[in-house]
Design a protein. Structure first.
Ligand code: SF4
Lengths: 479, 239
């Protein structure tokens, strides 16, 4: 897998989403839970807006000084016996990891949940060298059994309900119990424990790397990251080059924001920090540690108007409040990064060709921007993307371009504008019935397919105003 | 106080009563209202679609139209929100940055103007009915006007104000979005309509005509009897 998922055109993905009642019910109820959870957690913390400002400051300071902190991180990891590899591209990252795995002759690899390894399609790459990769996050494991891509960046199997999960377990793993969530989880845990014990290599992502100490921090709900890092002898962590904080102090702030914003918890159940290889007096931890720091298009964003998109801490708040996401689901975006942040990030990392529809999949309601714990102006970035698609990429439909040219002429000429206020009504007369249009022409059709459109008023406001100045009056309401 | 009315193109052509009510409300609270005829559209349809150059043509016209105004007041959170973003759009433009800043600084949405500038919440209106209020996204999130419309509604004699469930959710209008992504927009507006029904309100009220035409158009299609009104219709009502 890589950033792009599937080849179906955007419109048909949207239709698939809209028609998938199962998915929509699951997503809608999850959004409801997340929403209230986040609000309560934010309130308990107090001064949520100040926390957000602090989060934004930390992120932008770090990004402004990214070179410095990356070097510090790299030095600290090396000092503690780890190996650091900077990968320019997904291929470079995969090659490096394949080499490590080959050298270890690793048969079995356990992975904790990580979006960045989805981004580079690591599982696929590792299967090529004959290793078995097992996802240990419950959601990821379900998707792996089903060969289904994630639809959400925190709860990847959000689109599935418990009945579907039971079915998957039954078909793929011989499960024969009920669809009670506890029973399903217990089954998964039993299966996965076995895998942990047999694994030669553990692979994780990284929520935040602490530059001053070289520590890799993982935030999980299930504690599987802890096992994936504690049990296997060889440990590989993959991180986007922007996932860094200067010191433990900033880490605390960012983790607080992440866990509250993500699922409305004060602390996710498990925060694991991993510092280098196992020392003589330690009982667990890896003998060998590799940190792969991935660029894959990120450095191109630095210094541009989109730099703040790299502040993202992948909490999914923007996704959880997005009404478009609720109705179409994650897969409709055709990117492993769905929702508002996906619509901003996918074209930046992976180009406009495959993702040019995404910036338009938003009503620009701004719910995402309001929810983002690090204040990324997501909806403004979507507008900026649209500008680039129109002006630089020249990918906008011709008819739209002509309409907008016409719009500019109309709106910059008071005479043309005034004329339109007079002719709007007669122009639409053919379609008008009882002061309402229920099946309109041209671009209006999209609207009137599902809702009525009003007929233009008999007299424009400006015409009325002229009359009023000559002594007319308004008798609309009883006085 | 001298106030120039910014009618918005939608209310100029389609929902003209909103403009009439706005004029009368402003006069009732003691303003001297004028209507600069050079005004057209705020530029938002082109701006939000990514047509920066085309949108600037509209914006320049608006700056010309309101050059001499003391205050500019309009019955739309979304369109006034757009005016307030002009300084960012024209940042660094030697000819237009200053006019953009001037216009943004003197522009207000009507309820915001009544409550924050004039300082009234009770303008002596009476309206009988069960009312629910939809806070449009640009009014609340772009312009930051959250409390003023409700504060005004609460003072209207006879109004029974009921909470709209998940009120802050977008209705699916989004300007060109409603046409460009009609299928998604339809899902959003259907959900909004459902929430309105849950309140058993007789009237759905809001401060942005675009959203109201969207929700009202959907509810009419569904055969629902709820009447959709711009907030000015209630504030200018006396029985
Ligand atoms: S953009 Fe903001 S809200 Fe969305 S996932 Fe990233 S940090 Fe969270």
């Amino acid at each position: 897998m890589s950033i792009k998922i599937g080849n179906a055109p955007f419109e048909s993905r949207v239709q698939d989403g809209i028609k998938n009642d199962f998915m929509r019910k699951a997503v809608s109820s999850a959004q409801g839970r997340f929403r209230s959870g986040r609000l309560v957690a934010a309130e308990e913390l107090g001064n949520w807006e100040e926390w957000r400002t602090l989060g934004e400051e930390i992120r932008s300071h770090t990004l402004e000084n990214l070179d410095y902190y990356l070097e510090q991180l790299s030095d600290e990891v090396s000092k503690r016996g780890g190996n650091v590899f900077f990968a320019q591209t997904a291929e470079e990252a995969n090659e490096y990891i394949k080499e490590v795995v080959k050298k270890k002759e690793a048969k079995k690899i356990v992975k904790s949940k990580s979006m960045v390894t989805e981004e580079i399609g690591l599982n696929h790459a590792l299967e090529e060298v004959g290793s078995e990769v097992i996802e240990t996050d419950l959601g990821e494991w379900i998707l792996q059994l089903d060969e289904d891509p994630p639809s959400h960046i925190v709860t990847p199997a959000l689109h599935k309900d418990k009945g579907q999960i039971r079915e998957t377990f039954a078909v793929k793993k011989g499960y024969d119990k009920s669809d009670r969530p506890e029973e399903l989880a217990l089954f998964a845990r039993e299966q996965l424990r076995q895998e942990f014990l047999q694994a030669d290599v553990g692979i994780t992502g990284c929520n935040f790397a602490v530059a001053e100490s070289g520590a890799i921090t993982l935030v999980t709900n299930e504690g599987n990251a802890r096992l994936a890092t504690a049990l296997p002898d060889t440990q590989i962590s993959v991180m986007g080059m922007e996932r860094i904080v200067p010191t433990w102090e900033e880490l605390e702030v960012m983790v607080s924001l992440l866990t509250r914003a993500a699922v409305g918890q004060k602390l996710t159940s498990y925060v694991t920090s991993l510092t280098g290889t196992r020392l003589e007096d330690e009982v667990d931890g890896p003998e060998e540690f590799h940190l792969v720091i991935l660029d894959n298009g990120r450095s191109k964003i630095l210094g541009t108007e989109f730099q703040a998109a790299l502040h993202c801490i992948r909490c999914a708040s923007c996704i959880n409040v997005c009404p478009v996401y609720r109705h179409v689901g994650g897969h409709a975006y055709g990117s492993i990064y769905p929702g508002p942040i996906g619509a901003v990030l996918s074209p930046l990392l992976d180009g406009y060709d495959d993702h040019k529809e995404l910036p338009y999949a938003s009503s620009l309601c701004g719910a995402c921007t309001e929810a983002c714990p690090v204040k990324i102006p997501l909806h403004e970035m979507l507008i900026r993307h649209r500008q680039i698609i129109v002006e630089r990429e020249n990918k906008a439909p011709k008819t739209e371009k002509m309409m907008m040219k016409g719009y500019a002429k109309w709106a910059s000429s008071p005479a043309a504008y005034k004329m339109s206020t007079k002719v709007a009504r007669p122009a639409l007369k053919l379609w008008t019935k009882d002061e309402s249009i229920s099946s309109g022409p041209g671009p209006l059709k999209g609207w009137t397919d599902s809702r009525n459109f009003p007929a233009p008023s008999k007299q424009s406001f400006r015409a009325w105003y002229k009359e009023r100045q000559k002594g007319g009056s308004y008798n609309g309401n009883p006085k | 106080m001298k106030v120039s009315l910014f009618i918005t193109c939608l209310c100029d052509i389609f929902s003209t009563n909103v403009g009439k009510d706005t004029v009368e409300i402003l006069e009732r609270v003691g303003c001297e209202v004028d209507f600069p005829e050079l005004q057209t559209c705020c530029g938002q349809p082109a701006y939000n679609s990514g047509y920066l150059k085309d949108s600037k043509e509209a914006m320049k016209q608006m700056m010309r139209a309101f050059r001499d105004s003391e205050y500019v007041v309009g019955p739309s959170g979304s369109c006034v929100g757009m005016l307030r973003e002009y300084p960012e759009v024209f940042a660094g433009d030697p000819d237009w940055e200053e006019p953009a800043k001037e216009l943004a600084a003197k522009s207000y949405e009507l309820t915001q103007f009544l409550v924050d500038v004039i300082g009234v919440v009770d303008i002596g209106s009476t309206f009988k009915g069960r009312v629910t209020y939809h806070p449009s996204c640009h009014m609340t999130r772009i312009l930051g006007v959250k409390d003023a419309p409700k504060a005004l509604l609460q003072q209207v004699k006879g109004v029974e104000l009921v909470e709209l469930p998940i009120a802050e959710d977008c209705c699916g209008f989004g300007g060109t979005f409603a046409v460009k992504h009609a299928a998604i927009s339809e899902q959003m507006v259907s959900e909004k309509s459902q929430h309105v029904s849950e309140t058993n309100a007789e009237f759905l009220v809001g401060g942005d005509m675009g959203c109201l035409l969207n929700i009202g158009g959907r509810m009419a299609r569904e055969g629902k009897k709820v009447e959709v009104m711009h907030i000015t219709g209630i504030l200018n009502y006396r029985q």
